[in-house]
Design a protein around this ligand. Structure first.
Ligand SMILES: Nc1ncnc2c1ncn2[C@@H]1O[C@H](COP(=O)(O)OP(=O)(O)OP(=O)(O)O)[C@@H](O)[C@H]1O
Length: 264
């Protein structure tokens, strides 16, 4: 399994005592799978992926298990955590500005990781980044590589971040509302690129989204999270037909229709 989360509990410290946010999450992503995680705002979707990568410090207490490509993250030492985060996984979050150094040119940010962490020659890294920026739909990729983050729009920057995530050929992508801020056409293009990597090299993806129609359209399986618990797990293709839990039904009722989504 590329991601194997089992009975994961997390509480945040607060002046009133620990606040439980994840209450026994279990889910898995195998090579070549696209697995969805849906649930209302505050249900614990982002916390699940951040906990699996051990991105919290003392403010969070964790128990259970979260293994990435066979490496248990809960007891891992800092060097192991750094290795898994840098080479096996890519986390794509909704806010691209948080992922990019504001004072570095985009091309330098993206190629540096390929050269320093992955040992690629500079010329090859530059060409890989240029090709991927074009593939995610950015015009004039050479020019973009010379620009700074503040010179690009949010949608363009998110495409830069997605290109950067794909460039290192991670085994697992944790996509936290990664395509939500993109327009529908760009979203479809970016998802097609991710799906190609799933097919061609067995990439695994955990895909967090508030968009149930999108989850149904692209995910092999969809887990429904309510207040830190998975209340239902469904096949993506049958999400709307098979949803039995009252909470899932309420999310479906609240979801905009396909027609509305396409015209937004
Ligand atoms: N660092 C933190 N310290 C304390 N509480 C936190 C922290 N991070 C998240 N929380 C709380 O944990 C709960 C789950 O948050 P989380 O961001 O995982 O939800 P989510 O399902 O991803 O929501 P959204 O769709 O809005 O991103 C929320 O109640 C949030 O306030």
């Amino acid at each position: 399994m590329l991601l194997d989360i089992s009975d994961l509990h997390l509480s945040f410290a607060s002046p009133e005592g620990p606040v439980p946010v994840l209450r026994g999450i279990s889910l898995a992503v195998a090579p070549g799978e696209l697995v969805g995680l849906v649930g209302e705002s505050g249900s614990g979707k982002s916390t699940t992926v951040r906990a699996a990568l051990r991105l919290y410090g003392d403010e969070a207490t964790l128990s259970g298990s979260a293994a990435i490509d066979g490496t248990e993250m809960l007891g891992a030492d800092p060097a192991t955590l750094r290795r898994v985060r840098a080479t096996d996984t890519a986390l794509i979050q909704q806010d691209p500005r948080a992922a990019l150094n504001p004072v570095r040119r985009i091309g330098d940010s993206l190629t540096e990781r390929l050269v320093r962490v992955h040992g690629r020659p500079q010329a090859e890294a530059t060409e890989t980044v240029r090709e991927l920026l074009a593939a995610v739909g950015l015009s004039q990729p050479e020019r973009r590589m010379r620009q700074y983050p503040h010179e690009l729009s949010g949608g363009m920057l998110q495409r830069v971040v997605i290109a950067g995530a794909l460039s290192t050929q991670p085994k697992l992508i944790l996509a936290d509302e990664a395509t939500s801020a993109l327009d529908v056409t760009t979203q479809a293009e970016v998802i097609a690129i991710i799906q190609r990597q799933i097919r061609e090299r067995g990439l695994g993806v955990l895909f967090i989204t508030h968009d149930l129609h999108l989850a149904a359209a692209i995910c092999d399986r969809v887990h429904v999270l309510q207040r830190g618990e998975i209340v239902e797990s469904l096949s993506g293709a049958r999400l709307f037909e098979d949803a039995a839990h009252e909470y899932t039904r309420s999310l479906i009722t609240a979801a905009p229709t396909m027609t509305r989504r396409q015209t937004q």
